[in-house]
Design a protein around this ligand. Structure first.
Ligand code: PLP
Length: 361
């Protein structure tokens, strides 16, 4: 019997996760590989999150709190919204899929950039929706083109801000005008996974739009600056009405108990966040200057990674770095994305990269 698979599924390319670090080290016969590929916090998990985790181990025989009561309450207090405006997910990845599942029926559309976080397209297509991709302009979201791409069938519009992989941002003035131009049936999803790293004063306060009761969802995560990517916990803030619809299809125990506990600890650890932000800001400058000196064209970033043009076959650059134990991300063409690491990791990356470039020309 042959499987009957819909082309929406068979045409998808599985996400390529890369090898575990220790496996790569075994293969290369080295012990000091560095991973600057997934925009993780190089300083590690928040110590407050680590300390609080131990207390949750003895009750692992219990199902998690399906309402994520304490975490939602803490988030509501932090962001000055009510707890019924908060959805917690198994990473913000899950909140993205839940929004799609709740609002996109087969054949309905979601507008997104053509060069952005891959999960939007994957999840929309996986739900038999239609991803409508709008090219970036100067590496930034082209908001007027995105507004023009909206039709009667558009249900969601994804705005990754700052954008992954480019690190670029759209401003308050731009977003104000954009939202005013959209029809009311479109839910705008602001994916702010890198919110805590942004330095620009022009960065929109997207929660204001939620507080004005517009159909807007703001996504944040504990996977980036809070250093909890391995536990999988993220959240959305939106109107109670949108939360209510998502809750109808949300698996009841989607956020595990240790993730909820650790997130509570991390949220209070302002010291760790400040330290992580300071490392990022300082090291971002060093990497930007180092890469520019090596002749790279660097796109100014508001996040914890840099996207740059190697003007060479990116796959070859990626492979050559990998062979020396430096893992970055090749997305397409000549572009490479590198996560800001610890000072010694960034120095090593620049050194190895210098050598790689000399060999590849
Ligand atoms: C890393 C990232 C996320 C976070 O995903 P989690 O599922 O919360 O780990 C979401 N959106 C973007 C754009 C990201 O880069």
């Amino acid at each position: 019997m042959s499987l009957q698979v819909h082309p929406n599924i068979s045409s998808l390319v599985p996400y390529s996760p890369g090898k575990p670090l220790d496996e790569l080290e075994r293969e290369l016969g080295i012990s000091n590989a560095i991973k600057l590929a997934s925009n993780e916090n190089p300083l590690g998990p928040s110590p407050k999150a680590q300390a609080i985790l131990a207390g949750g181990v003895a009750t692992l025989h219990r199902y998690p709190d399906g309402g994520a009561h304490y975490l939602r309450r803490a988030l509501a207090e932090r962001w000055k919204v009510s707890a019924d405006q908060v959805i917690v997910g198994n990473g913000s990845d899950e909140v993205i899929s839940l929004l799609i599942k709740a609002f996109i029926a087969p054949g309905e559309e979601a507008v997104m950039a053509d060069h952005t976080f891959v999960m939007y397209k994957l999840s929309v297509q996986g739900a038999h929706g239609v991803p409508v991709e709008v090219p970036l302009k100067d590496w930034r979201h082209d908001l007027s083109a995105m507004a023009k791409a909206v039709t009667d069938k558009t249900r969601l519009l994804f705005l990754c801000n700052p954008n992954n992989p480019t690190g670029t941002m759209v401003s308050t003035a731009e977003v104000d005008a954009f939202l005013a131009s959209l029809p009311e049936h479109v839910i705008v999803v602001f994916d702010e996974a890198y919110y805590e790293y942004v330095r620009s004063a022009e960065y929109p306060d997207s929660l204001q739009y939620v507080k004005q009761q517009r159909p807007v969802v703001v996504l944040r995560t504990f996977s980036k600056i809070y250093g909890l990517a391995g536990l999988r916990v993220g959240y959305g803030i939106t109107t109670p009405e949108i939360v209510d619809y998502v809750n109808r299809i949300r698996p009841p125990f989607n956020a595990n108990s240790l993730a909820q506990l650790a997130a509570l600890g991390a949220l209070e650890d302002e010291g760790h966040v400040a330290k992580s932000r300071a490392n990022n800001e300082f090291e971002m400058n060093i990497l930007e200057q180092g890469l520019t000196k090596l002749g790279m064209v660097v796109i100014p970033s508001q996040a914890n990674f840099i996207y740059f043009d190697t003007k060479r076959e990116g796959r070859q650059v990626f492979d050559a770095l990998l062979r020396e134990g430096v893992i970055v991300r090749h997305i397409k063409g000549s572009m490479i994305r590198v996560t800001i690491g610890k000072p010694e990791e960034n120095r090593r990356f620049l050194e190895v990269f210098d050598g790689v470039l000399a060999r590849l020309v």
